[in-house]
Design a protein around this ligand. Structure first.
Ligand SMILES: Nc1nc2c(ncn2[C@@H]2O[C@H](COP(=O)(O)OP(=O)(O)O)[C@@H](O)[C@H]2O)c(=O)[nH]1
Ligand SMILES: [Mg+2]
Length: 468
């Protein structure tokens, strides 16, 4: 348990109905008692040390009063949760005050004056982890819930905060620990024939209980991490093909200016949208062509820079005129990216129209749309989802989706366990096999936190906001 008491404003600063100041630590209750006056106060409520004594999991209505001068700072409700049944497993008091910059700052200052430390970003959750209430995957899920932009991302985060990922990883780790126990016994009692390991059954156990399950989780990351992390989508193409019209059609508002004047869009225009549960940041760009206009030149440079870092390119061409050498030049520049060929202005050609495209574009998924008349937009969205979900379709049944940190540890664990299997097969000494089994165990421990290094913890918790 941590000996210090910490406090922070836990709600966004601004005008609102309620703002919450959270206090956690051994002195949370005594400090709250010192600055709080319950409504209808009676002297007999005080204990022998002249302190107000709170009951756990109760709400108390009253006022925050500066004990030095008797000044009332606000009318509040106090939520009291005594250790260990609290978010941090320490004594916790939440002061529900009115939300305004001045009032919340004044109360926080008063709390800090009582010898309380301002909380670091994520420190409450870090304490919940250190005090054993949650594992590292659940701590990460807290930030995922806060940042979730779609229902799907939220589902993944809530499954993780319930501990689904932890349970899955611990089950795999359990198999490894079991094998490790046998290997250790075999090393220790190498003279005792009865204590040796049957390599075939160990390999079978590792293949089924570890390798297959690790691969399943890694595959789940590869196929579906975009549901949690989102994707960056960029619309590129020559001027006037209809990029801004598509942007507006996708986000269902007139965000980008649409005109028949080539070179209208010069800057990058960014919007967020939800495509079948995938959080998408979409960028409309300056038309790509040869130009002497200095503003357009900058816009084109920005377009290429942005495209190099994106996850998926919507490469747009105009159905009403044949492809030009400019179109082909653009395609050559972006063809190292995942791309969808979007053939726009289908309203200007007849139904049987098929665009004449170079043979090496044949593998590029394509869709014909009319951005102006909102035709083919749903098909385009389906294709985007399918492409970024690695062709897995939109229904990801399993909500356990590792994040990048988990996936790196899973890869390491898989590598070590594979080496240990090779060791069993080659009948190398058990001492060497033990190193790989232990390596595989340790990598999984990094995920849940049983074997996480301090810098990993710092990195995770520093991404939190203050007050969480
Ligand atoms: N007929 C037709 N015109 C379109 C379509 N999409 C865009 N346009 C027109 O093409 C011109 C250029 O559109 P805009 O979205 O500004 O193209 P951008 O330069 O690629 O951003 C405008 O006059 C649009 O109204 C479409 O699907 N069909
Ligand atoms: Mg435009």
């Amino acid at each position: 348990m941590n000996s210090s008491t910490i406090a922070a404003i836990a709600t966004p600063i601004g005008c609102g109905g309620i703002g919450i100041i959270k206090i956690s630590g051994p002195n949370a209750l005594s400090i709250a008692a010192h600055i709080f006056r319950k409504s209808g106060f009676k002297q007999e409520w005080l204990d022998t040390a002249n302190n107000f004594s709170f009951k756990t999991h109760r709400l108390y209505h009253g006022h925050i009063i500066d004990p030095e001068n008797g000044l009332v700072l606000d009318e509040v409700v106090l939520a009291v949760m005594k250790a260990p049944c609290s978010y941090t497993r320490e004594d916790v008091v939440e002061i529900q005050a009115h939300s305004g910059y001045a009032v919340l700052s004044a109360i926080l200052l008063l709390v800090l004056k009582q010898g309380v430390k301002p909380a670091e970003p994520g420190e409450f959750t870090k304490r919940a982890y250190i005090n054993g209430r949650i594992d590292l995957t659940q701590a990460e899920a807290v930030i995922d819930i806060i940042n979730a932009r779609t229902d799907k991302a939220l589902e993944i985060a809530t499954s993780q905060i319930k501990g689904d990922m932890k349970v899955r990883v611990e089950a795999i780790r359990g198999v490894l620990v079991n094998i490790m126990t046998k290997v250790s016994a075999a090393i220790e009692f190498s003279d005792d024939v009865g204590k040796t390991i049957d390599a075939d059954s160990a390999i079978e156990e590792l293949q089924g209980g570890v390798v297959a399950r690790l691969k399943e989780l890694i595959e789940q990351y590869d196929n579906a991490h975009v549901l949690r992390d989102g994707v960056n989508l960029v619309i590129v193409g020559q001027p006037n093909v209809g990029k801004s019209s598509l942007m507006n059609s996708l986000i269902k508002k007139d965000r980008a200016i649409v005109t028949c004047v080539p070179g209208t869009t010069r800057d990058l225009i960014e919007e967020t949208l939800n495509i079948h549960g995938i959080p998408v940041i979409i960028t409309d760009t300056a038309g790509l062509h040869k130009t002497d206009d200095p503003v357009e030149v900058i816009g084109i440079k920005k377009t290429y820079e942005h495209t190099s870092g994106c996850d998926l390119v919507l490469f747009m061409v105009d159905a009403s005129c044949p492809l030009t050498s400019e179109d082909i030049a653009i395609f050559e520049k972006i063809n190292n990216k995942k791309t969808i060929l979007v053939i726009n202005k289908s309203d200007l050609v007849d139904e049987k129209f098929a665009m004449n495209i170079p043979s090496h574009w044949a593998d590029v998924p394509q869709v014909t749309i009319s951005a102006r008349y909102n035709r083919g937009i749903e098909t385009l969205k389906d294709l985007v989802a399918k492409t970024v979900l690695s062709g897995q379709g939109i229904d990801i049944a399993d909500k356990i989706i590792p994040n990048l940190r988990h996936k790196i540890a899973l890869d390491k664990s898989l590598e070590s366990v594979s080496l240990s299997i090779e060791g069993f097969q080659a009948e190398v000494p058990f001492e060497l096999i033990a190193i790989d089994v232990q390596g595989s165990i340790d990598s999984l421990g990094e995920i849940t936190g049983v074997a996480a290094r301090e810098e990993v913890l710092d990195k995770i918790f520093s991404s939190f906001c203050i007050g969480k």
